[in-house]
Ligand binder design. Structure first.
Ligand code: PMP
Length: 460
């Protein structure tokens, strides 16, 4: 690789001179310098200083089959030689896009049989917004166009993605959101449950905030509700079991479409191909990306249920929407091979029956008792560790978010890549993790927590 002719310092200087990073304080970054990740194998990433780091985040929630899978490189090279690009506009298609759409439909819930491709989760959420609003227009109800979302949701970084999402900081920099999107409370019992309120009752109360928003606008003005089955970037917030069935009931009652954003949860993370199954809901759209190619190439797919698709097909009229790279032949070839690998290696079943329960138990038995930990929670291979100053009252350290950053920095310094979101540490490892990898991760997390204890003084 040509970069090997450059020293670490040179690469950092070049990066600082020319590369603006996503979600970054650029002043801070220039002061601190960048970590240069040079290669990766299986569950480990390696940086230019020779550190081996266990990747607890699967890149950015995506490298589900792990790093260094030659099969994907080979299939990409073959497809690039045969047909590197052609579009899917103007009544054309490419074989790998057709076959991948069929494959995704075969894995999706029965009532979902159509797929619209993009290159990123954000793009596919833009598509979802457009499709849902166009659906109601085709049904003769163009005024039924309000979307209900949730505070602190993450649905991407495009203007529509930011507007659908509920992150205040992002809205503050937007200078005008897509109109007619409202945000209700998140199902986050750890912080929002009332004293003495059961998880079950809290889940119902959080769902009721959606019903209240529907009634406030009038059901004939509300197109859809959108939600991540488990809020990911917002801190792996796993809703109580009562939440999603109640959301489904409310959506059906008022004829409001249900849009699931499974950009993180799609393709096995929760122990089923889709979290719709894990949480027992039947969405009208499912946004997917990331694990569709295990992040090896950019590709997203919006899964569109029969209700919407049949209206599009029956009523006709051009839908003015699409991307140059919709159905990109190389990305789709890699997606197909990636899904085959997940199937052949039984990774979804392994998460459901073995590593998911083992992960939950390891977190509960080894991490939860630590003096800095207020709660651990997980579903499949997706977890959060709440950092608290006081286990009994769940009080946090001041200023908010600072303690988790300390733990995270110790974790990374000790070979464990994980993220801090507010005061939640989050994990979303590759699905190839074994029981041994989980044990190793827990050893390193405990070490980081112990080191953080030397800086932080919990109350009890
Ligand atoms: N939705 C969710 C739930 C996500 O987690 C993300 C990315 N983390 C996105 C949408 C946006 O995906 P992308 O970064 O590929 O645009």
């Amino acid at each position: 690789m040509t970069y090997q002719n450059y020293s670490l310092k040179q690469l950092q200087q070049i990066d600082a001179a020319h590369h603006l990073h996503p979600f970054t304080d650029h002043k801070d970054l220039r002061d601190a310098g960048t970590r240069i990740v040079t290669h990766a194998k299986g569950p480990f990433i390696y940086d230019s200083e020779g550190n081996e780091i266990l990747d607890g985040m699967a890149g950015l929630w995506c490298v589900n089959i792990g790093y260094g899978r030659d099969e994907l490189a080979e299939v990409a090279a073959e497809q690039m030689k045969e047909l590197p690009y052609y579009n899917s506009f103007f009544k054309c298609t490419v074989p790998t896009a057709a076959l991948l759409a069929q494959k995704i439909a075969s894995l999706a819930p029965k009532h979902i049989n159509q797929v619209f491709f993009g290159s990123s989760g954000s793009e596919s959420n833009d598509t979802a917004l457009r499709i849902v609003r166009h659906y109601w227009a085709l049904e003769g109800k163009p005024e039924k166009n309000r979307i209900i979302s949730r505070k602190n949701a993450y649905h991407g970084s495009t203007v529509a993605g930011t507007s659908l999402g509920g992150m205040e900081g992002m809205h503050g920099q937007l200078g005008g959101a897509v109109p007619n999107i409202v945000h209700v409370m998140m199902p986050y019992a750890f912080e929002l449950a009332l004293p003495g309120e059961s998880d079950h009752d809290f889940g119902l109360r959080a769902a009721k905030s959606i019903e209240d928003a529907i009634l406030e606008a009038g059901p004939d003005k509300v197109a859809a509700f959108i939600g991540e089955p488990v809020m990911g970037a917002g801190g792996v917030k796993i809703p109580p079991a009562s939440y999603w069935p109640e959301v489904q009931r409310i959506c059906r009652k008022y004829d409001v479409l249900l849009m699931l954003d499974e950009v993180i949860t799609g393709y096995g993370r929760t122990g089923n191909w889709f979290a719709a199954e894990t949480f027992g809901v039947e969405p009208d759209t499912i946004t997917t990306a990331k694990a569709l190619t295990s992040g090896y190439l950019p590709l997203s797919a919006l899964l569109v249920g029969d209700r919407i698709a049949s209206t599009f097909i029956e009523k006709g009229g051009e839908f003015y929407h699409g991307y140059t790279y919709s159905g990109h032949p190389v990305c789709c070839a890699v997606g197909l091979r990636n899904l085959e690998i997940i199937e052949q290696e039984g990774l979804v079943e392994r998460v459901r029956d073995d590593t998911g329960p083992y992960f939950a138990q390891a977190l509960r038995e080894r991490i939860s008792p630590h003096p800095l930990v207020g709660e651990t929670r997980s579903v499949g291979l997706m977890a959060a560790i709440e950092i608290v100053a006081d286990k009994a009252t769940r009080a946090r350290f001041e200023p908010a978010g600072s303690a988790a950053v300390i733990v995270r920095d110790y974790a990374i310094a000790n070979g464990m890549m994980m993220r801090a979101t507010g005061d939640s540490m989050i994990l979303s490892p590759p699905l190839i993790w074994t029981r041994d990898t989980i044990d190793l991760a827990c050893d390193r997390i405990l070490k980081a927590l112990d080191l953080a204890l030397t800086d932080l003084k919990p109350a009890s």
